[in-house]
Design a protein around this ligand. Structure first.
Ligand code: PRP
Length: 178
């Protein structure tokens, strides 16, 4: 069956938007009086979530991007995270929030936390739209979480299956044939 024929809705667009609004209010409350923060979007998957979160934040912030990859063919984690493109700006002494679309095995967030901590930010927190707890292979903390989801292949809102479906406006599920 073509992969698009297996597509189903997991989280409707309105629910995604409501949750992002709540996350923005939580971040605003936590960083009240802290001055400017830096949101670091993890490319490519986080670009849509980051854009929506950023526009809902009242906290003054800058945006930077880092590109990492661990899914060589777009479908399976290799467990080895590669740095594809580094940040443009220094995070030393800044309040940093990493923004991810999904935490799956946890390798990406663990790697990123390690390399950013080494640059001595004033603080470092993590924000992820989705988390698959049952897939975690490393212990990672998500400070601001959208949704816990089961172990299904999610697409849309920045997430892909073999680089497809990223621009769906909701979180969908596809079921590849084995
Ligand atoms: C995906 C996703 C996260 C990471 C999470 O990125 O965007 O960054 O995997 O998986 P993990 O917790 O198992 O490390 P991917 O490597 O597919 O690149 P992409 O964002 O460009 O699609």
């Amino acid at each position: 069956m073509p992969i698009e024929d297996t597509l189903q809705t997991l989280i409707p667009e309105a629910e995604v938007h409501a949750r992002i609004e709540a996350l923005a209010r939580q971040i605003d409350a936590d960083y009240a009086g802290a001055g400017e923060i830096v949101l670091i979007g993890v490319l490519r998957g986080a670009f849509i979530f980051l854009a929506d979160l950023s526009r809902r934040l009242a906290t003054p912030h800058r945006v930077d991007f880092i590109a990492l990859a661990s899914y060589d063919d777009g479908t399976r984690s290799s467990g080895v995270v590669r740095l594809i493109m580094d940040l443009r700006t220094s995070v030393t002494g800044k309040h940093v929030v990493i923004v991810e679309d999904i935490v799956d095995t946890g390798y990406t967030i663990a790697y990123l936390t390690e390399i950013l901590q080494a640059r001595h930010p004033a603080s470092l927190r993590t924000c992820a739209l989705l988390r698959k707890l049952e897939r975690h292979e490393v212990d990672v903390r998500v400070d601001y979480l959208g949704f816990d989801i089961p172990d299904v292949w999610v697409v849309g809102y920045g997430l892909d299956y073999a680089d497809r479906f990223r621009t769906l406006p909701y979180i969908g599920v596809v079921t590849p044939e084995d």
